[in-house]
Design a protein around this ligand. Structure first.
Ligand SMILES: Nc1nc2[nH]cnc2c(=O)[nH]1
Length: 159
């Protein structure tokens, strides 16, 4: 069930998308993160103004929320975003583990204005050797030695 509060929070995410766009921060995307009915973090896309390709609205908001909670997980949090998350944000969201995501525009709406994520979904489906960006495997055995060490590391913090 969608509540009045949900509508208020998605409205704020949409407001932020416009604010970010109007202030030339980046693309028209905004997000808010809510815990126990309160906004704990807000973000808008800042890719072009900060020269940071990862500064999507959701990532900006996730970073702030994690700092606020002093945690690498968004336990019991809800993300409201002005647009369905792109594959990068989707990854960040799954690692952060909020309990729900509400979104306004769909990925098809975003594609219509030039933010088409298809090329990423297509790449994920391909075999690594067929990707458009070259991925070259090198020194696997050395890399795996560190992984082995992690397996038995004392005081390891799993995530
Ligand atoms: N959801 C979302 N999609 C995007 N596509 C490009 N930038 C963004 C962003 O900040 N958020």
């Amino acid at each position: 069930m969608i509540t009045e509060k949900d509508k208020q929070f998605i409205k704020r995410a949409i407001e932020l998308s416009e604010k970010g766009m109007d202030s030339h921060a980046g693309g028209p995307f905004g997000a808010v993160i809510v815990k126990n009915g309160e906004i704990i973090a807000e973000g808008f896309n800042q890719v072009t103004s900060s020269n940071d390709p990862t500064a999507h609205a959701e990532v900006v908001a996730i970073r702030k929320a994690c700092k606020q909670l002093d945690s690498f997980q968004l336990d019991d949090c809800i993300i409201y975003t002005s647009c369905e998350p792109c594959p990068m944000c989707l990854g960040a969201i799954y690692w952060a583990r909020p309990k729900a995501v509400y979104y306004a525009c769909t990925k098809e709406d975003a594609a219509e204005i030039g933010f088409d994520d298809h090329f990423i979904y297509d790449e994920i489906d391909k075999n690594i050797e067929n990707r458009n960006i070259k991925f070259i495997n090198l020194d696997r055995e050395e890399g795996r030695k560190v992984f082995k060490k992690w397996e038995t590391k004392k005081g390891r913090v799993d995530y």
